[in-house]
Design a protein around this ligand. Structure first.
Ligand code: SAH
Length: 277
């Protein structure tokens, strides 16, 4: 199968056939399957106290707040073609707060709150906002959870996670992206996020075990080290599938007896997980 369109990190495909995908529709309008998962349990009670910000506001949060509010209302918190609404109030608050525009390259800032992934250089992309919110919700983070992200990219997903827990670890394989993301995170007061350049296939053993792991690039299989670094009771959210094809967004939970349970949530398209030479 030849796929003649750009690959976005984290784009949900909405309502057209594979034929439309291969013939090159704009990727953000493409979707293979309706979501298959039951609505996941909400990790936080929907009470006023749960909506109070715990992480300080980043300096750029004063800019373009209305656009973010609109993004949440129109793209994320409401039913959409091929996707259920995101309900976790802490996730929605994080999406309203994190200044997405400072995480994208200057030339893309105007489009920062569009319903689509965007190029961030080096052939990589920042995921569609809806996908960032969906994956954040699927992690079901408790307040003090330790979470590992593979694929820092722009640093945006890591910043969203920083509003959900103080214990965020993120790894990026491409050096200049790693440097840029680490710089933006620092500048926006996300200095508590631990960043590391390296091949995330091997995870981050020094800080294991993790309550949750989020992989924001597509892998042909779950890297075994990531499974080993997950606590019993923990969960991994990962796009599974080959490069240049539609992948499955999968939630894998480690049962207390160490066994694995997997649920496919939806069809997505991510840039591939690459390996160090
Ligand atoms: N989460 C990012 C978007 C991810 S794009 C954001 O919020 O902007 C996927 C990223 O995964 C790319 O930056 C790519 O370089 C990185 N990546 C690919 N393979 C990797 C690996 N083995 N280890 C760490 N990062 C990897």
């Amino acid at each position: 199968m030849r796929v003649g369109i750009s690959i976005g990190a984290g784009v949900v495909f909405v309502g057209v056939t594979m034929a439309a995908i291969v013939t090159g529709q704009s990727s953000r309008h493409v979707l293979a399957d309706p979501p298959q998962s039951p609505s996941p349990a909400q990790s936080r009670p929907d009470t006023p106290s749960s909506t109070e910000p715990k992480h300080p506001q980043p300096p750029a949060a004063t800019e373009r707040a209305e656009e973010r509010a609109r993004m949440v209302e129109q793209q994320i918190a409401r039913q959409r073609l091929g996707g259920r609404p995101i309900k976790d109030q802490a996730v929605l608050n994080a999406m309203r707060t994190v200044p997405r525009h400072v995480f994208v390259p200057k030339a893309r800032r105007r489009q920062a709150y569009d319903d689509s992934p965007l190029p961030i250089g080096y052939g990589q992309t920042i995921s569609q906002p809806y996908i960032v919110a969906m994956m954040s919700e699927l992690l079901e983070l408790k307040e003090d959870a330790k979470v590992l992200e593979i694929g820092t990219g722009s640093g945006y997903q890591a910043a969203v996670l920083a509003h959900l827990t103080p214990n965020v670890y993120t790894m990026e394989i491409i050096d200049p992206l790693f440097e840029r993301a680490a710089g933006v995170l620092r500048k926006q007061d996300y200095g508590a996020v631990r960043t590391r350049r390296g091949d995330g296939y091997f995870g981050w053993a020094e800080h294991a075990p993790f309550d949750a792991i989020i992989v924001t690039c597509a892998a042909g299989h779950l890297p075994p080290p990531l499974w080993e670094q997950l606590k019993p009771g923990g969960r991994i959210v990962i796009p599974i599938g080959g490069p240049y094809e539609v992948q499955r967004l999968v939630v894998m939970t480690k049962q207390l007896d160490g066994s694995r349970r997997s649920t496919t949530v939806m069809s997505v398209r991510f840039v591939p997980l690459t390996r160090e030479e």
